[in-house]
Design a protein around this ligand. Structure first.
Ligand code: CU
Length: 197
């Protein structure tokens, strides 16, 4: 019988479901259960989970820790920002503020560090370029991540949280030396945060 939007089709709900409908309902149900089980499974096993811990910190207290860290391990300067070469295994600090990342970190490949991220003003976003590593950098919280640089090079930290008129210029720098490099040896001169490239 011909039906339209205003003429309803003949009712047939009391007839037994067709075999193929039962099969598809079963397939859909099983798949729902698989996806449902993946939520807790991925939460425990997924590679996206951060390795870090969080703690409250007053912005000025964080700035003081960063200053102390810079004084202790400073090895040079690039465009007015200190370059800091902390020993493997140590706690290292990166402070976001309008509109720079402070200081420049000089790390060793394959060494483990605890990276403390925080902001002293507004929200910033830590984006390690060109890798897809993203973290929120929030004032009032010290976000400590266990990191091991796996590749040597001269990398950039891009702010990916809009933080005001200088946001686009908020570029930080992390230098990773190949294992065995002498700390204090020349820092590669490359385009530097805020500097003319
Ligand atoms: Cu920013």
């Amino acid at each position: 019988m011909h039906t339209t939007g205003v003429t309803s089709p003949l009712a047939g709900w009391w007839k037994p479901a067709h075999r193929s409908e039962k099969i598809w309902a079963t397939v859909a149900f099983v798949w729902c259960m698989v996806l449902f089980a993946m939520m807790p499974f991925w939460h425990l096993k997924g590679g996206q989970n951060p390795s870090g811990t969080r703690a409250r910190v007053e912005p000025e207290a964080f700035r003081a820790r960063v200053t102390e860290f810079v004084e202790e391990y400073r090895v040079g300067e690039a465009s007015g920002i200190p370059i800091v070469a902390p020993p493997p295994g140590s706690d290292i600090y990166l402070m976001g503020q309008m509109w720079l990342w402070y200081p420049v970190l000089r790390l060793q490949q394959d060494a483990e560090y605890t990276l403390h991220l925080s902001s002293v003003d507004v929200n910033h976003g830590f984006n390690l370029y060109p890798f897809n590593v993203n973290f929120q950098v929030v004032p009032g919280y010290d976000y400590a991540l266990s990191i091991t640089p796996t590749e040597a090079g001269d990398f950039r930290v891009v702010c990916n949280e809009f933080c005001g008129v200088g946001h686009h210029a908020m570029l930080g720098r992390i230098i990773v030396d190949p294992p065995g490099t002498q700390v204090g040896s020349a820092v590669p001169e490359a385009a530097v945060p805020g500097g003319e490239s």
